[in-house]
Design a protein around this ligand. Structure first.
Ligand code: FEO
Ligand code: CA
Ligand code: CA
Length: 655
């Protein structure tokens, strides 16, 4: 994944940056396994998994073993598990429907053109659903679970799958020779996010095309920078002398929905959009190196000065933030809330603390980067929506330190405290926030195995941290919270805030599960013994907690090469006797990653995003010859990233 010459796909960027790069390449368990089988065998997923287990000489779990549901245990799962594997389409548990709700290119307005992949234009794309949705949120209208606003991030683009005549190699050559100004403009319009009114009628969800709420946000939409870094010298450019106005958001991965009904959308691998390198003695050189800026993944800097460091050396400081958007006001100027720090933000899921302060948990998705939280200075006002719009501009950012004895501390990322002083180059909180990573380095935070989504369970106040993987961790870098060297399959850490208080600076923690195939002893996975051969997963990425307090996990990286199975959704029991038992609910088509997941408040509908379907090994999947033509399966339609909604046949909760 990391060894390509030339540039990397955006999905690979989060697996690749300058930070934490270990120059040695130890084979991962998945790679060791993969070398035993050719790719074609591996695409026959279940066979391959059985063969892998047999080959390594450990017990394979029985094919149809299902974890027993305890009638007395409301926190386990009823659905009948699907088979793990990889093929051209998606699969959902028996008794459930998976409806394709929104595809890349679907028109979102009455005057928006129908999708025509051979004649796509930037103008059309800006009125249609964007590419590669990661986060999805559902915000009810009038308290309804069957009518509301879907908010969706469009994280990044796959030129080789989107555009005719732009193969993988051509799109990746150092000069991006096949990428024209027009194609780049389509990409800019396909990034960002969307607000879409949706309604369920006669059991089926529909898009309300003439909604007054529908909106496309792109990488060119005017936005405001707020909070302590707004207006700082380091935020000013030739187009913006105020340091407060920026165009667009990029690489918006996961996010959150606040109790006051706004959408938090998180800029992740923003580094990949910038061309050029600064000289080593440039004041921003260290800052940019820490974020891996200097290896462009897109052609944007070729045609747009603001994405070229030689012309706009401060522009990257204006990306890497959490963006707050009011989906109820289509004219709302999105706000980059700098108080929450500048990192490669995975998500920003929050919880209202018992004392009324809002607490947002934040993962910085890179190998050896950190877990953060932000505690607002003010309190959520449930009676006055408008009063909550400044909440995320004032508060305290913390970074996590996990101690070997199972305790932990939240270290304030605050100017003037500890090493965050002028002696270390921090003259103000703006400096601290612009260089959040360097500040956290100095504080001695715990280097984690790629922190992705983090969700707090409102019923138990326990907090779940998804750690995708880190194959660069060496034996001498293992610690209690990251207990495996060469961690190919990731793990989940469960945190217990002191006294259930999310604003507290102390917590305890334990590893909930080490992921991977439990039948391969060398992997060291720790799912419960009730977990079947379909039930285990690797590379936890996004997660959701349903209204019953149950944890659902979607994955990124379970491809044919790594595990012989597609990414998908698994349900993981966190309480009771079955703690650590996982079951497979849904899987994506070949090449895809599963994002979302997000439940309606009544647990009757579950939104899932199939991101980058058809994105397989370099050179093997293109617009003309994709690995799958999901979801249309028409010869004249390319593969299309799409949002699905899962419902139970005949109605009822997803159980
Ligand atoms: Fe965009 Fe960390 O996943
Ligand atoms: Ca992710
Ligand atoms: Ca991911």
């Amino acid at each position: 994944m990391d060894e390509h010459k030339g540039r990397l796909r955006a999905s690979e960027l989060e697996d690749s940056g300058d930070v934490g790069v270990n120059p040695t390449h130890n084979l991962t368990m998945g790679e060791i396994i993969a070398t035993r089988f050719n790719r074609r065998d591996l695409l026959r997923g279940p066979l391959a998994v059985a063969a892998i287990s047999a080959t390594v000489g450990h017990r394979a779990l029985a094919a149809n073993e299902q974890p027993a549901r305890k009638a007395s245990n409301p926190i386990s799962f009823d659905f009948k598990e699907i088979e793990a594997g990889v093929d051209h389409t998606h699969h959902v548990a028996e008794g459930y429907d998976a409806q394709v709700l929104l595809r890349w290119g679907d028109p979102l307005f009455p005057d928006a053109p129908e999708f025509d992949p051979m004649k796509q234009t930037p103008e059309a794309q800006a009125r249609q659903f964007g590419y590669n949705t990661d986060f999805i949120g559902f915000i009810p209208l009038n308290g309804s679970a069957d009518h509301g606003l879907l908010v969706a991030n469009h994280e990044y683009t796959n030129e080789e799958l989107m555009f005719p005549g732009v193969g993988v190699q051509d799109s990746k050559d150092a000069n991006f020779s096949k990428m024209t100004p027009d194609l780049v403009a389509i990409e800019i319009a396909a990034h960002g996010g969307a607000v879409v009114e949706i309604r369920r009628a006669d059991g089926k969800w529909q898009v309300v095309k003439d909604s007054k709420y529908n909106r496309r946000i792109t990488a060119d939409t005017p936005m405001e920078i707020t909070g302590p870094a707004a207006g700082h010298e380091r935020m000013k450019t030739s187009a913006d002398a105020s340091g407060r106005n920026v165009r667009g958001m990029v690489n918006n991965c996961a996010g959150g929905v606040t109790p006051w009904g706004t959408w938090l959308s998180c800029e992740e691998n923003f580094n990949g959009y910038f061309w050029g390198k600064l000289s080593d003695d440039h004041p921003e050189a260290k800052n940019y190196k820490r974020y891996g800026i200097g290896t462009p993944a897109y052609a944007w800097g070729k045609f747009h000065d603001r994405f070229d460091l030689a012309k706009e050396p401060n522009e990257p400081n204006r990306f890497g933030w959490v963006v707050e958007i009011d989906p109820f006001d289509p004219n709302f100027v999105p706000k980059k809330r700098t108080a929450l720090g500048r990192t490669k933000h995975e998500g920003a899921a929050g919880i209202t603390n018992s004392d009324g302060h809002y607490v947002v948990y934040l993962g910085d998705d890179e190998r050896f980067d950190y877990v953060y939280k932000f505690v607002t200075a003010g309190k959520v006002d449930p009676q006055n929506r408008a009063a909550n719009f400044g909440l995320l501009d004032e508060g305290t950012l913390y970074v996590a330190k996990y101690n070997p004895d199972g305790t932990g501390n939240w270290l304030p990322v605050v100017h003037g405290q500890g090493p965050l002083t002028e002696a270390n180059g921090f003259r103000s909180q703006a400096d601290v926030l612009i260089e959040t990573r360097r500040a956290a380095d100095l504080l001695g935070a715990t280097k984690m195995d790629r922190p992705e989504d983090i969700e707090a369970n409102p019923q138990t106040n326990r907090v779940y941290v998804m750690l995708t993987n880190n194959t660069r961790r060496k034996e001498d870098q293992v610690d209690a919270a990251n207990p495996r060297a060469n961690n190919a399959f990731g793990h989940i850490v469960e945190m217990m805030p002191e006294g259930g208080n999310h604003a507290a600076t102390d917590f305890t923690w334990e590893v909930l599960v080490k992921c991977g195939d439990p039948s391969v002893a060398a992997v060291g996975a720790t799912f419960s013994s009730e977990t079947t051969k379909n039930g285990w997963f690797g590379m936890p990425d996004n997660c959701a907690i349903d209204s019953q307090g149950r944890l659902w996990i979607s994955t990124d990286g379970n491809n044919a090469k790594a595990t012989g199975r597609a990414d998908g959704l698994w349900a993981l029991q966190t309480q009771g006797k079955g703690r650590g038992t996982s079951k497979h609910f849904f899987r994506v088509p070949v090449g895809g990653e599963l994002c979302g997941p997000f439940f309606t408040p009544n647990d009757e509908s579950l939104f899932l995003a199939v991101q980058h379907p058809g994105e397989v090994d370099e050179g093997m999947s293109t617009f003309e010859n994709p690995a799958t033509r999901w979801p249309d399966f028409k010869d004249n339609m390319p593969v299309r990233p799409s949002v699905l909604v899962i419902t139970k046949q005949g109605g009822g909760k997803i159980a």
